[in-house]
Design a protein around this ligand. Structure first.
Ligand SMILES: [Zn+2]
Length: 300
């Protein structure tokens, strides 16, 4: 069972549970919270989940804690704050790289990550003391996997569920419907706690999943209200209305999630995309279809 914890200090080895240690990288920021969490699973044979950014002190901390016992380096996905340290750890230990690459690269990927084993949904990684099960969870990005630790019912959630940092949906492979479907899938596992890639251990998985669904319902309602107010409108015109409760400095990344909301509405035949306009020739415009149905939970 995971034990309670207090604050996160980058570089410190934190014993999260009997089988799991956490070392947070010194890359804290607005998008990464206290920094990327790297998890070490097992003691006799170690699996490193999300090695994090390539920062010498972080790699050294991981290697020192694992004492030469790293056998697997696993990535939840290949964003630059998650996988670049893999190569240095693998070169030092001979561990196998497990993950899934995004094809084609969407321009947001860590292209240094080379996979030794292309993971698939339901596959298990079995160590001397543990079994980790891969769960395919697209949504944030199209190649995202979570990992479920059977012995402790702990979920390594990567960027699918985070503490204190909004999950950004990054089209075109990131997809809001996929994100919500993946949350529903995670509910089918007997989770005791969630170990996110950013933030503290989350001890109430059902609450966290419900919170994320409610947040997306809230944001979708704001998208619909803004579209009703503006009529035909571009992403950039919708952005300040839909995210008027978010610091404008974050609008650049929020724009991805807004795009994902519009694509979901389009897929549900609730909005249409049009090109061309008298005032912004060639720019994509979005408009609600007539008779948009009211928001129902079953739609989400
Ligand atoms: Zn990410």
């Amino acid at each position: 069972m995971p034990i309670p914890e207090s604050s996160i200090v980058a570089g410190q080895v934190y014993n999260l549970s009997p089988l799991v240690r956490r070392i947070t990288a010194p890359n804290g920021g607005r998008m990464t919270g206290p920094g990327t969490n790297t998890y070490l699973v097992g003691h006799e044979e170690v699996a490193v989940i999300d090695p994090g950014p390539l920062i010498d002190s972080h790699v050294e901390a991981i290697l020192a804690a694992a004492e030469g016992r790293i056998r697997w380096v696993i990535v939840t996905h290949t964003h630059p704050d998650h996988s670049p340290a893999a190569r240095a750890i693998i070169d030092a230990t001979g561990a196998r790289a497990i993950g899934c690459l995004l094809h084609p690269d969407d321009g947001h990927q860590d292209t240094t990550f080379v996979v030794d084993h292309d993971v698939t949904h339901g596959e298990t990684i079995v160590g001397a003391e543990f079994t980790l099960e891969a769960i395919f969870t697209p949504g944030h990005i199209g190649n995202h996997f979570c990992y479920f630790l059977h012995e402790e019912h702990l979920l390594f959630a990567g960027d699918h569920i985070m503490e204190g940092v909004s999950v950004i949906i990054i089209p075109p492979t990131g997809d809001l419907k996929d994100f919500l479907d993946s949350l529903a899938l995670l509910r089918q596992y007997p989770l005791s706690a969630i170990a996110p890639a950013h933030g503290h251990l989350l001890n109430d998985p059902d609450y966290e999943i419900s919170k994320l669904i409610k947040h997306r319902q809230y944001r979708e309602q704001k998208v619909i209200s803004a579209m009703k107010a503006l009529g035909e409108a571009s992403l950039d015109r919708l952005l300040p209305l839909v995210y008027d409760d978010v610091d404008p400095e974050l609008h650049k990344v929020a724009r991805f999630s807004l795009w994902a909301h519009l694509l979901k509405l389009e897929r549900e035949c609730r909005a249409v995309k049009t090109i061309a306009s008298h005032w912004a020739f060639g720019e994509e415009q979005w408009v609600l279809r007539d008779g948009v149905p009211s928001l129902r939970e079953s739609d989400l």
